[in-house]
Design a protein around this ligand. Structure first.
Ligand code: AQP
Length: 334
């Protein structure tokens, strides 16, 4: 019997800082879970990371650290293709082409562009504006079916769909049109200091986020300071109780318990107790990743060999898509 082809998954994470539990719950946890059922391709999006000001020595360290962290968390390079974006030059090439299929008004409407422009008004560069075309290129190069992302990136996946459809309509079927996939819970983990904002690895307030590599004592300290509200009821209600609901979401993500059951578990308890339990579950949930990272981050030769093999596998697929694109557009390829 003919074997059914697995659906293709692509997603990436920017090495703009030390990854948070927002990145973990919203994206990486899903990446790991999808490895058996799907044909997965995951990348460190280093080209994206220079849309913000990042020092070369920091970028260099972050790329190796994110690689070690992916492997430490459970991305298996034997099952999934894992590579660094800039090692496959087709990403930059396809971006230029897709720029010509992206409307200025579409890119201007992107929430991330508006937010990041506000955060760093001194560096509103064209690359930041063009971020969604590069992300569309990342996805479309691999003929992707599903893109697991957090809520903040969904708008970019929607634009990638629009660009793919526009290209296919003008030039004939070239790209598979991808679907964004949100996690069932934790699509937007909120900041601990400001529960109406997203937890972000580039947040300047170190108490706003729990880093995947935080020590257990730091996790306990940060949760203890987490903003809640002035009443004392533990209830999952993101609109009226964003801080408490965020803590319940994190607890649910690390224990695997349904959020409604978590709510019952904490009925009648106080916020200090909730925070202590969430801290314990988080520290425990991240323990093996932290320990594996300690070991793997020292094995530089191994990390480079994983990057190299991954880039070779990714390039093979990317080249095939690009040769189709060049041909469809009428470029002469001797
Ligand atoms: N708080 C979050 N909750 C749920 N998912 C999240 N993601 C990020 N933050 C949260 C998801 O993580 C994946 C990788 O994100 P990214 O590194 O590509 O960039 P980002 O979305 O801009 O994440 P950050 O942490 O906020 O980075 P900076 O501070 O550099 O901008 C994506 O799937 C994202 O949705």
């Amino acid at each position: 019997m003919e074997q059914e082809q697995k659906k293709r998954v692509f997603s990436a994470v920017q090495p703009t800082g030390s990854l948070t539990i927002g990145n973990y719950i919203g994206a990486i946890k899903n990446f790991i879970a999808m490895q058996d059922e799907y044909d997965c391709i995951y990348a460190v999006a280093d080209l994206h990371s220079i849309t913000v000001d990042i020092k070369p020595e920091i970028l260099r360290k972050n790329v190796t650290d994110v690689t070690a962290l992916f492997l430490a968390a459970g991305i298996d390079p034997e099952k999934s293709v894992f590579f660094v974006q800039s090692h496959v030059h087709e990403h930059a090439e396809l971006t230029w082409i897709l720029n010509c299929y992206t409307q200025f008004g579409e890119a201007k409407r992107m929430t991330q562009f508006k937010d990041k422009s506000k955060k760093a008004p001194e560096n509103v560069n064209v690359g930041l504006f063009d971020y969604p075309s590069l992300m569309a290129a990342d996805i479309l190069l691999y003929q992707t079916d599903c893109v697991p992302v957090g809520k903040d990136q969904m708008q970019h996946v929607e634009l990638a769909r629009t660009i793919a459809e526009r290209f296919n309509n003008r030039n004939g079927q070239t790209f598979r049109v991808p679907e964004g996939v949100l996690p069932k819970l934790g699509a937007k983990v909120q900041s601990l200091s400001n529960p109406s904002a997203k937890m972000s690895k580039s947040d300047v307030d170190p108490n706003s986020s729990i880093l995947i590599l935080d020590k257990p004592e730091d996790i306990v300290r940060k949760f203890r300071r987490a903003v809640t509200d002035s009443d004392s009821e533990i209830r999952y209600d993101p609109t009226n109780k964003p801080g408490v609901s965020n803590l319940l979401t994190i607890y649910s993500a690390f224990t695997g318990k349904d959020v409604k059951d978590c709510e019952k578990e904490f009925c009648g308890k106080d916020y200090a107790y909730l925070k202590a339990q969430v801290a314990e579950a988080t520290a425990e949930g991240l323990r093996s990743t932290r320990e594996n990272f300690e070991r793997l981050s020292k094995q530089k030769d191994y990390l480079f060999s994983v990057m190299k093999t991954g880039a070779e596998k990714a390039s093979y697929i990317a080249r095939r898509t690009m040769s189709k694109v060049w041909r469809k557009l009428g470029f002469v390829r001797p």
